[in-house]
Design a protein. Structure first.
Length: 350
């Protein structure tokens, strides 16, 4: 059964492990971060943020009802997509044990925000995301770089045939348009994952996702005509998938990919060299849900989101002292690098 709290967050207690190996190059950094109190939960910060997000969601749904059966209601698809992404960030943080150390409470938060509010199976996400964190960019172990609609190495590309081969040749240009389908795909993946869950967990997850679909459809069909409701749902899910994809795309694409046959990297090297940070200010932090501090998040997966920016100077200084590269770039440049990598992967097929 997929665990309620990320196995990685559980194994690496307090964000990086209850005890790093003696003599590890990660040990001094872990000690410094703990000394600053950056691994302590920020329950009040999360409570305020969750409350504000729920109020904002309620306000958008109320505005939809007040506008009634009009095409102007489509304008609300954008703020609703943004708020759904904020909701997904809360589910992400809960599964990483960032909000609370209590596993039951963390799972309840994740179930409400993922399964009920946005219709995404938290168990599917937890299973996939935990494996990614344990071995980021590892071609054999990280599901995020496995063969799917897109591929991430020229070896994967060489095995493509038919339509998949054409898709790989053009995957850089198709990447953002394909993200428009991600909002719907997340729901499909979640329902498909149900058969891998134990009966009791399957029943709860499925019930909450079904309730989400029923409530969402009832709201739209009550307020809008069937045609407008369908257009609204498609636009809303397209924008949601695009926003969510734009938050995750800059993090690892185009970064180091560990050699499956080589020596095993240590925790610090494995997480730093495969991750990319995105520079920015308050707006960037908000838009990307703190995932712009991807290096810090991977080193300390249970570190509360508001502490990531405070840990960054410590991590950068430690990497500089070790002579270890620390990748950080602007938002637009991060997308350019990711797309360039996808373009290069498809080059032999062109």
């Amino acid at each position: 059964m997929p665990q309620a709290v990320s196995p990685l967050a559980e194994d690496l207690r307090e964000g990086a492990g209850s005890a790093a190996p003696a003599g590890s190059d990660f040990t001094p950094l872990l000690r410094a971060v703990r000394g600053k109190g950056l691994l302590e939960r920020r329950t009040g910060w999360y409570a305020a943020g969750i409350a504000a997000n729920l109020v904002a969601l309620g306000a958008v749904y109320a505005a939809l009802v007040l506008l009634g059966d009009t095409w102007w209601a489509l304008l609300l698809a954008l703020p609703l997509a943004v708020l759904w992404t904020r909701t997904a960030f809360v589910g992400h943080d809960a599964l990483h044990a960032q909000i609370t150390g209590d596993r039951r409470t963390s799972r309840v938060i994740a179930l409400v925000h993922a399964n009920l509010l946005i219709g995404m199976n938290e168990a599917w996400w937890n299973d996939k995301h935990a494996r990614h964190h344990a071995n980021p960019n590892h071609i054999d172990k990280d599901p995020d770089v496995g063969v799917g609609a897109l591929v991430w190495t020229q070896k994967q590309a060489a095995q493509r045939e038919g339509f998949a081969r054409w898709l790989t040749r053009n995957q850089a240009g198709l990447f953002f348009p394909m993200l428009l389908l991600e909002g719907i795909a997340l729901k499909v993946y979640g329902f498909q994952f149900l058969r891998r869950q134990p009966i009791r967990e399957r029943a709860l997850s499925g019930l909450l996702m079904a309730a989400h679909l029923a409530l969402y459809a009832a709201l739209l069909l009550t307020v809008l005509s069937p045609g407008k409701a369908l257009v609204f749902a498609l636009a809303h899910h397209a924008l949601f998938g695009l926003h969510l994809g734009m938050a995750f795309a800059p993090n690892h694409k185009g970064m180091e990919m560990p050699d499956p046959d080589g020596d095993r990297w240590g925790h610090l090297q494995r997480q730093v060299l495969t991750s990319r940070n995105v520079r920015g200010a308050v707006l960037t932090d908000w838009f990307l849900g703190g995932l712009n501090y991807q290096i810090e998040h991977h080193l300390f997966p249970s570190m509360p989101r508001p502490c990531l920016r405070l840990a960054q100077p410590l991590v950068k200084a430690h990497c500089a002292e070790l002579g270890m590269p620390y990748a950080e770039t602007g938002l637009v440049e991060s997308y350019r690098q990711a797309l360039q990598h996808m373009h290069d992967v498809g080059e032999p097929l062109r």
